[in-house]
Design a protein around this ligand. Structure first.
Ligand SMILES: Cc1cc2nc3c(=O)[nH]c(=O)nc-3n(C[C@H](O)[C@H](O)[C@H](O)COP(=O)(O)O)c2cc1C
Length: 179
């Protein structure tokens, strides 16, 4: 069984990540959850604490641990950010570490998976596509968003992949020693 770190950023699809955390736990994995301030505006910490059975971390400086940004990264076998906003993809592609989640990404050196989710116009932007390409070159796995109706009413590519697809990708990437 593996230690999985789940990062949640400020996309409306954050509610779907509850299914991912719940399923991982039911499959016997240990799950830590780190959320951005924007994610906390959209979904509650308590849901993820109940589903993971562990405290959710969201702050670099106000946490029950001193080096949360190092320890959570060290303990995890795999890191999956779902949903991944345009903002976190861009920050990660440029090494920006100005909050807990982005600092964790920078201090993590094993398998990292991003499941982007955003408005179709945002997803199509050259700057976002370039940043996604950069992340792939740096070794990250991208679970591409799906086509359909997004919460803002636009139809196009931008919906986060389903929890089932994300779970399969996580399971596929769990290190052999933990299987
Ligand atoms: C209701 C709502 C839904 C949002 N959904 C998304 C989204 O799906 N994808 C995205 O990239 N940004 C979305 N945003 C904008 C982000 O929350 C915003 O860019 C924020 O700065 C992201 O911060 P974070 O990456 O630190 O979580 C949404 C904002 C609101 C108010």
């Amino acid at each position: 069984m593996a230690e999985i770190l789940i990062g949640i950023t400020g996309g409306i699809a954050a509610y779907k990540t509850a299914t991912i955390v719940s399923q991982l736990r039911q499959r016997g994995h240990g799950v830590n959850v780190a959320m951005t301030e924007s994610a906390l505006e959209l979904v509650g910490k308590a849901t993820f604490e109940a589903l993971s059975g562990r405290p959710v971390q969201s702050s670099l400086f106000h946490s029950d641990r001193i080096h949360t940004h190092i320890e959570l990264a060290r303990e995890a076998d795999l890191f999956c950010i779902a949903p991944a906003t345009a903002n976190i993809l861009s920050k990660a592609a440029h090494g920006i570490a100005d909050d807990l989640l982005s600092t964790l990404i920078l201090s993590f050196d094993k398998t990292i998976i991003f499941a982007p989710a955003m408005n179709p116009t945002m997803w199509k932007k050259t700057i976002i596509q370039n940043n996604v390409q950069k992340l792939i070159e740096f070794g990250a796995t991208i679970i591409y968003p799906e086509s359909g109706r997004t919460s803002c009413g636009e139809i196009g590519v931008g919906r986060m992949a389903s929890p089932e697809i994300i779970l399969n990708e996580i399971e596929k990437n769990i290190p052999q020693k933990n299987k």
